[in-house]
Design a protein around this ligand. Structure first.
Ligand code: CP
Ligand code: NVA
Length: 322
C-alpha cells in the first residue's frame, strides 16, 4: 500500500491483513513497540479532532516513532483566491516534496479532498487520509473491525446508517462494498450521498426508482429516505452528526430537516433486539442520538473509539512494509 486515501483503493486481502494485524496489536501492544523505531510522521490537521489526532499521535509513539503535529506552521489552505493546492504560505506540492525528505509518512485531515490528492501526488512517502469533506477511511476501517469483533463474518451483518450522506457514509459505502456487508442508508430527501458511487449501478441512488440489475456487491447497498425501513432487522445502527465540520452555517436548517432521523429508543425498537449502536463521535446528544441510546447497553461507541488506535497502528505498519 502506498497511501491510504480511500477504502476504494484497497483490496479485500489488504483489508483483511489490516484487521488481522490490528487484532494482534490490540492483544499484545508491547510486542510492536519497536516496529517503527527511528521514524517520524507528520500530522497535518486543518479541522478539529480528538480521536483521530490523539490515536495517531499515541499510536505512532507506541510503535517507537515520532509524530510531528502541524497546523498553523504550514499555513491554512487558501481555496478561493488562489485556487486549491495552496496554503497561505506555499504551494501544497512544495510542502509535500519537502516533508517527504524528512518523514516516513504524512497523516492529513483537511477540507478539500482534492487538496489531499494533490499532496499525495507530490509526496514520495505514504499519505493517510485522516478525514476530508468526502471520506473518512480510517474511521470506517476501524468500525468494520469493531463490527467483525462483535458479530463475526461481515458478509452476514446488516448495517443501517441513519442520517446525513456525508464523508463517513461514503466510506461506509466503500467499506461495505469491499467486505460485502449489507448496508441500508436512510437520509432525508436531498441529503443522500450524491457522489457517483461506483459500487452502485445507475438508478439505485434512491429506492423510489425501481432497482436495476447490477453487480452482486451493489445489491447489498440501498439508499432510502425512511429510517424505520432502513433499521428493520439491522444488526448495527450507525449514525453521525447532522452537520459536519465546515457546514456550520446550515446547522439550524439541518436540525429541522433531520428531526425524524434521530436514533432514539423508538427507532431502535424496529431493529433486532441485540442490535448494536455505533457513532463515530463527536456526538450531538439530543440531536442525531438520544442520551438513552448512546449510553444504553447496546451502544459500542467507546469500544469503537478505542479501536481507532489499534487499527491505525496496523495501517502505519502495513504502509511501511507493503
Ligand atoms: N471520529 C473522529 O474522527 O473523531 P475526531 O473528529 O475527534 O477525530
Ligand atoms: N461527519 C463528521 C465526522 C466527524 C468525525 C464531520 O465531518 O464533521
Amino acid at each position: 500500500m502506498k497511501n491510504l486515501i480511500s477504502i476504494k483503493d484497497l483490496s479485500i486481502e489488504e483489508i483483511e491483513k489490516i484487521f488481522s494485524l490490528a487484532k494482534q496489536i490490540k492483544k499484545k501492544p508491547h510486542k510492536f513497540s519497536r516496529y517503527l523505531q527511528g521514524k517520524s510522521f507528520a500530522l497535518i490537521f486543518h479541522k478539529p479532532s480528538l480521536r483521530t489526532r490523539v490515536s495517531f499521535e499515541t499510536g505512532i509513539f507506541q510503535l517507537g516513532a515520532k509524530a510531528v503535529y502541524l497546523e498553523e506552521e504550514i499555513g491554512v489552505p487558501v481555496r478561493r483566491s488562489l485556487g486549491e493546492g495552496w496554503t497561505e504560505r506555499e504551494a501544497v506540492k512544495d510542502i509535500a516534496r519537502v516533508l517527504s525528505s524528512y518523514v516516513e509518512g504524512v497523516v492529513i485531515r483537511t477540507f478539500s479532498h482534492q487538496l489531499l490528492l494533490d499532496f499525495a501526488e507530490y509526496s514520495t512517502v505514504p499519505v493517510i487520509n485522516a478525514l476530508t469533506d468526502l471520506l473518512h477511511p480510517c474511521q470506517v476501517l476501524s468500525d468494520l473491525f469493531t463490527i467483525k469483533e462483535r458479530k463475526g463474518d461481515l458478509k452476514k451483518v446488516k448495517i443501517a446508517y441513519v442520517g446525513d450522506g456525508n464523508n463517513v457514509c461514503y466510506s461506509l459505502i466503500y467499506g461495505c462494498n469491499k467486505t460485502k456487508a449489507d448496508l441500508n442508508i436512510a437520509t432525508p430527501l436531498g441529503y443522500e450521498p450524491k457522489m457517483k458511487i461506483p459500487a452502485l449501478p445507475a438508478g439505485r441512488k434512491n429506492q423510489k426508482s425501481p432497482p436495476k440489475a447490477g453487480p452482486p456487491s451493489a445489491e447489498k447497498i440501498r439508499i432510502m429516505n425512511n429510517p424505520i425501513e432502513a433499521v428493520k432487522d439491522a444488526d448495527i445502527i450507525y449514525t453521525d452528526v447532522w452537520t459536519s465540520m465546515g457546514k456550520e452555517e446550515e446547522k439550524e436548517e439541518r436540525k429541522k430537516i433531520f428531526q425524524n432521523f434521530q436514533v432514539n429508543k423508538k427507532l431502535v425498537s424496529y431493529a433486532k433486539a441485540d442490535c448494536l449502536i455505533m457513532h463515530c463521535l463527536p456526538a450531538h446528544r439530543g440531536e442525531e442520538i438520544t442520551d438513552e441510546v448512546i449510553d444504553g447497553k447496546n451502544s459500542i461507541v467507546f469500544e469503537q473509539a478505542e479501536n481507532r488506535l489499534h487499527l491505525q497502528k496496523a495501517i502505519l505498519i502495513l504502509l511501511d512494509i507493503l
